[in-house]
Design a protein around this ligand. Structure first.
Ligand SMILES: NC(=O)c1ccc[n+]([C@@H]2O[C@H](COP(=O)([O-])OP(=O)(O)OC[C@H]3O[C@@H](n4cnc5c(N)ncnc54)[C@H](O)[C@@H]3O)[C@@H](O)[C@H]2O)c1
Length: 421
């Protein structure tokens, strides 16, 4: 099939390159020419294991443009993958979706064939039908389902293992009332061997939010119990291994630490809170999930202060990305940790294998180490992201405060504190 992918961030790049690997012809569209230039030069705009190799392998099936109308003319299906960040009040900021829908609608006007538009960006229930569809209809002068297809196909990939997740997804959610759109999505994914879950658009949109909210709840629950375990000298890792063996609970996303970050969980939970309040439903559990998550980095700082007066001391930070195998620092737990340490007068040196360029934009005034070994020379070391290479360092004689359970640090450090163990 010939597909337009609007937005070449984490979701767009992974989706487009993996679809090319499945044999589809991909037309990437972005407003950011630099990202398209990267794709043209054989490098993905985002770091994900295996993604560059797949891009190089499938280059002849991939083209790029900033012109949505041109991409639409050359394809039969468009997948919207633009960002949906949060407004300052936590609600969902739809400006990228709205801009893309206007351009798409203008493109649809000139397109003679039946073209299908799919929203893959995470949007609150009702957005596709009450925001995207009316713009497409107004700009194109056409009617949804009669003249063009429309549907929702939410994305569940995890950064750091996104390529693997694409090819081994648990399910493909197809939200549409249009039989042609349903058939188009089934044809698109047919070689994936994953179950299709067919539903209406609003339900598909809700499934995405509820999935993220449930996973985030599991993490905050683990952290609350983990904090209790720590005070009682119980290793919460052991507790969750034992509890997770119950098939009703399962062990995934069931570990304690300094909490979740990234581009999705925090903003999606806040958007769901805002949506819930707008409908008059008090989201007590969701609010507690965010509060527990916000407090967790400060608990790590409190553990450090037990052993060190941090004013004027050199604190080494291992890990800046919100999770390993990613260069994404959006809502990384390293951000509140560094802010607090700076506020309390510490000197900071940081290291991350992938995320230092992005972090430098936020914190240009701190020291960036050339290697993780340089960080080990500090008065104390805080482990924020569990990159594999941090499991090979020599922590002998060090003061280590660990937010992610790096076992070698626990065995070797002279003074060691794990956040929940
Ligand atoms: N990152 C994840 O792990 C993940 C997982 C599942 C779902 N999602 C959802 O997918 C969506 C995209 O997330 P992301 O992390 O890939 O975002 P991103 O910010 O990394 O990328 C978005 C891209 O869209 C481009 N863009 C914005 N407006 C455009 C327009 N009018 N036309 C063309 N391109 C435009 C931007 O330049 C950018 O390259 C969001 O709704 C997010 O919540 C993200």
């Amino acid at each position: 099939m010939k597909i337009s992918i609007i937005g070449t961030g984490y979701v767009g790049s992974v989706t487009g390159i993996c679809l090319a690997e499945m044999g589809h012809q991909i037309h990437f569209v972005d407003i950011d020419q630099a990202k398209l230039d990267m794709i043209n030069s054989g490098r993905s705009p985002v770091f994900e294991p295996d993604l560059d190799d797949l891009l190089l392998k499938n280059r002849e099936r991939i083209t790029t443009t900033t012109d949505i109308a041109k991409a639409i003319r050359q394809t039969t299906l468009t997948i919207i993958c633009v960002g949906t960040p949060q407004n300052p009040d936590g609600s969902s900021d739809l400006r990228f979706i709205i801009d893309a829908a206007h351009s798409l609608g203008k493109g649809l006007k000139k397109d003679q064939k039946y073209h299908t538009v799919i929203v893959k960006s995470t949007v609150l229930p009702g957005t596709t039908s009450t925001v995207v569809q009316p713009i497409l209809e107004k700009e194109s002068g056409k009617l949804a389902i009669k003249d063009f297809g429309i549907g929702s196909n939410p994305e569940f990939l995890k950064e750091g293992s996104a390529v693997h997740d694409f090819f081994h997804t648990d399910r493909i959610v197809i939200g549409t009332n249009d039989p042609k759109t349903k058939d188009a999505l089934k044809a698109l994914y047919k070689s994936l061997h994953a179950p299709f879950f067919n539903t209406d658009i609003k339900t598909a949109e809700m499934i995405k939010y509820v999935s993220n909210a449930f996973l985030a709840t599991k993490i905050s629950f683990a952290n609350e119990i983990g904090n209790l375990c720590k005070l009682n000298e119980i290793n919460s890792y052991e507790v969750f291994r034992g509890v997770g063996m119950d098939s009703r609970i399962n062990p995934h996303f069931f570990r304690s630490g300094i909490g979740f970050g990234g581009s999705c969980f925090p903003k999606d939970i806040r958007a769901l809170i805002s949506f819930s309040e707008s409908k008059g439903v008090e989201p007590r559990i969701l609010k507690a999930v965010i509060r527990t998550n916000d407090e967790q980095p400060q608990k790590l700082i409190a553990l450090l202060k037990k052993h060190l007066d941090i004013k004027g001391k050199k604190i080494g930070i291992l890990g800046l990305s919100f999770k390993p195998d990613s260069d994404d620092i959006r809502e990384s737990r390293a951000i509140p940790i560094v802010l607090t340490l700076l506020h309390e007068g510490a000197e900071i040196i940081v290291y991350d294998p992938m995320a230092m360029p992005a972090f430098k934009n936020l914190f240009p005034g701190i020291s960036y180490a050339r290697s993780s070994d340089d960080v080990l020379k500090s008065d104390a070391i805080m482990i924020i992201t569990e990159w594999q290479e941090f499991s090979n360092l020599n922590y002998t004689g060090k003061l280590v405060i660990d937010g992610r359970k790096v076992n070698k640090a626990g065995r070797e450090a002279t003074i060691y504190e794990g956040i929940c163990w």
